[in-house]
Design a protein around this ligand. Sequence first.
Ligand code: CAA
Length: 258
Amino acid sequence: MPEALVRREARGRAGLITLNRPKQLNALNDAVMDQLGAALLALEEDAGIGAIVIAGGTKAFAAGADIDVMADWSFMDVYQTNFITRNWETIRQIRKPVIAAVSGYAMGGGCELALACDIVIAAGSARFALPEIKLAMLPGAGGTQRLPRAIGKAKAMDMCLSARMLDAAEADRYGLVSRVVPDAELLDHALTLASQIAAFSLPALMAIKESINRAWESPLSEGILFERRALYERFASDDAHEGMHAFLEKRTPTFHHR
Ligand code: CAA
């Protein structure tokens, strides 16, 4: 049986997805994206999982969409098969927190995959670029939209128009990643963070994720309104009452993810 291109496992309440196409630096072909989507959806449905880590290999998180398969496609090929939308967008359906653990190259679609995650942890070796311009292509898996929102227009233009590659320290300074850790600690760090997050109340985590994503997608007044409704909904949550009472009683809360 061929080895899976994407591995999925549970580590307590943390789910771990590992891209596993090392010879092609985890180039993201359809099979990889289908398997990644299926793994994400399986962890989303698993009530025992509270947060998800996506990791690549040591040399590459992922080197982008698979150029080998795209090279001879026509417009009709991509239009009729709904390229990107049909499987890359699955990550947007995931309501649980998703952490990208990036070491090595996160190029093109690999960088876009990291950008689609909620938290990006970079190893010192991480390198981020959207080099599609070198192929006379365009970052088309959210790159031209998420990158400027993440790091601002000027730096996004620079990266996309010149194919400039950022090292981990620059990516950290620009706000593309949230933490930089030594390579040897990357996976442990990401899984520890996922476990810490997963111990919190899942509906509260999902409400926070949804509200922050609203900040990206709507004017401030709409975002504030959305946030206020999400806050009111917290008062319908057993966990929220438990959390507040536990604080007042100086004890550790017990969350039932309700
Ligand atoms: N697609 C297909 N194969 C790829 C690939 C990709 N995106 N990236 C790397 N590979 C393959 C190489 O062809 C090579 O295969 P062979 O051993 O069969 O020759 C193997 O992976 C190892 O790669 P290199 O020999 O190139 O490794 P390197 O260490 O010399 O360079 C690299 C590493 C700088 C990441 C280089 O591989 C590279 O520039 N890759 C392409 C990056 C890129 O352009 N990504 C954007 C893709 S387009 C996109 O993503 C569009 C979108 O928005 C959806």
